[in-house]
Design a protein around this ligand. Sequence first.
Ligand code: ADP
Length: 931
Amino acid sequence: MDIVFFIYGLAFLVLGIVIVIWPKAGSRFEFARLSLWLAGFAFVHGTLEWMDLWRIVRGDNPALAAARPLTLLASYLLLFEFGRRMLRAARPGAARGRRSEAWIHALLLAGVAAGTLAHDASLDSLAIWTRYLYGFPAALLSAAGLQAYAGRRIRPELATHQFSTVRRSCQLAGAAFAAYGVLGGLIVPQAAWPPPAWLNQEGFAAVGVPVQIFRAVCAVLIAGSMAHVLRIFHLEQQQHLTHTLQQTAAALEEAGRLGRHNRLLLESVAEGVFGLDTAGRTTFINPVATTLLGFQADELIGRPMHALTHHSWPDGRPYPADACPTHQTLQDGQPRHVAHEYFCRKDGSRFPVSYHTAQVQEQGRVIGAVVVFEDISERVRLDAELDAHRHHLERLVEERTAQLTEAEAYSRLILESSASGLFGMDADGRFTFLNPVASELLGHPHGSLIGQKVHLSVHHHHADGSPFPPDDCPMLAALVRGESVHNDDDLFWRADGSPLPVATATRPMHRDGRIVGAVVSFTDIRQRKAADEARRRALLEAERLVQIKSEFLANMSHEIRTPLNAIIGMTHLIRRAGVPDNQAGRLQRIEVAGQHLLEIINTILDLSKIEAGKFVLTDGPVKLEAVAANVCSILAERARAQHVELVTTLSPAPPHLQGDALRLQQALLNLTGNAVKFTENGRVCIRIRVTDESPDSALIHFEVEDTGIGIPADQLPRLFTAFEQVDGSATRRHGGTGLGLAITRNLAELMGGQAGASSTPGVGSRFWFTARLRKGLPDADPHHAHGHSAAEAALIAQHARRRLLLVEDEPINREVALDVLADCFQAVDVACDGAEAVELAARQPYDLILMDIQMPRLDGLAATRQIRALPGSARPTIIAMTANAFAEDRARCMAAGMDDFIAKPFTAELLYTTLLHWLSRRDRTGDASTV
Ligand code: ADP
């Protein structure tokens, strides 16, 4: 039996030791802590069994016998507490509630005490009641607690396959606990009182059931199964390790991923990146960096970077590693940025870089540095280019500034050198600048006028002293209207109060569409004004001289015509009276000489009148064919004498042209006369045609072409000037005054035309002129249509008995006229001056009075006025017959009441036609009175 107790006790003691030494620190299971209650039970109960073994082997010991029930109670109390706590730990939320459950023990202990006291109060009773009230429930609680804990707490924590073995151990331990509860708690030592009286160990022993052996077996099962249950801590550890391993793997995986990511980042960045250890050896380098540096990565890794790529400056000076910013950063931990340095490539070339360098630490320990660099070649190139551009621009700006300065200086020089006064005014009309000439002319010290009002300072009064209101000032008006204003006759007032006549030009200045002021330039016109005054006086003098000249010419003309009239008239009369042939020839020459002289006088007179602007054209019907015919008939004789054929070509022209037929004829006669004069044995063609026609007028072209001597080309232009001849020498062959062409051109121009010539020496000349003639109505009274012989005959036939009065103071002229008239009229009275004429006219009516103008006592004009004032119905026709041949003389005659005008010297034919015209007209109007 002693071996049973030995094993029994040993099983529990071993369980206690195993529980205590089993490694379970850090376990999450409450079981790790609660198992200590079980260990306590195992130690105490194992000791109890070995106490029994001691008593069996050594004999009873009262001390041990006394200690035994208390030890039993203590061991069951510990087991009870293990079971109860396991059960509570298995409940969900059990950990939270920690209510004291000491009352259970109070109740149970009270039960044990009461049971003990109620029987024999012996140690045996105490042991029995301890087994009943504590041992049995404690074993059941432990069985239940273990099952519950395993199911609820252990199962979720372990893998299924792990849990399955644990569960079996738990079930075995539970069963062993339950069996132990029954065997140890209910089957007690025999006592005198029931239930131990019939349910006791001795009774079972008697029937051959050694309870102690079963109890020992249960103890061994409990110890073995519980020891197996303790494997959960191992499994938990295992699981924890697995979990930790998984976490580590995941962390490693993450670290690897981060590493790959970082490598990718490093490879993807545009900058070169390399890392150094604390000794400056390369620890990593990205592809950009290797490409830029021209090294393979493995040529750099582990080798000193500075010595390979950063060892010297571009000029060859060495770059000590101590001075390298990366090295310094490694030393002091300060990050650095270098904007412009050079890295060396493997091939020895360099390239400009900017780089950042920073220390790398691991857990507070410096492990190296990282350098991020950038190839700035392009930037440096661009900077250099920009620099070049900037320099270029700066140079341009300098050049432009120099040009502007020069231009400004030049402008200032121009302003200062300008001979005109120049000043500027702002929009308010104040001086902004004056050039030196302006200051000098205005008599103000240079610069003193700046800021002063222009008008109030120098333009305040008119020349007559009256105030000049600013509102009327043209310079200020230019500022308002924005237009340039010129004033050729203005006046400025000088500082000393004296006037300064000026010509001004005001030009407004515009900026951004606004008038910002004006520039006024002015010139001193004192000299010009003086010159104007002198010119005005000279003009007056010239006009006076022209007047004197005209008067002289008129007088001279009168004085020459009067005797010439007598010469020509007398010659005519003598020839008509009949003279011997030799005398007739001389008379003929006198007559020709007289006519020539008359022509010269007429021409000079015409020219001087044209020059004096006093030439007046008459207006009457023009028959172009008559003009041409007259010219031909006048020149026919001479042409024949020179064997010149005279041909006229007249193109169709509008009828009823109006103009001065006599002057046209004169011009054409000039050209044709010259043509005949300078042609021998040739041909002269007169051509008349219309070259331009309007509803009111026609431009007639007169052309005379000859086959004469011609004119050198260089002579042609000057021939139309008065007194110019091709051959002006005293030995010239042809006569002439050199006035004909000049008169012709003047007449043509007066008649709205021109004159010109073309010629070839030795071949001939072509002279032409044009005249614009008005288109008029048919002439109702063509009184000059008669030929002179016809006129004389008509006068004799129709008007011989008319009463005529001749008023003439000059005896020879009187005789000539009387003789001419006597051929046609029976009675011609004579008066020797105006007064006599008035007397005669008052006494008897006359059909016609021929009235001289310049006469003693009463001149022809006054006499006419008095005759016109005479009472009575008869109104004689009064015709002026005077050597005052100017147009104004004619006008004065008409104004005095005369009807017509015959200039002396006159021809008999002219006299006859004029008389026939007027007397026939009197017939038609019934105004005739006969003797
Ligand atoms: P005048 O004939 O009286 O001298 P003109 O003015 O008519 O004055 O002519 C000026 C000069 O022009 C002439 O002297 C002559 O030299 C030249 N002239 C004019 N017409 C002709 C012509 N048809 N042929 C050659 N020379 C001419």
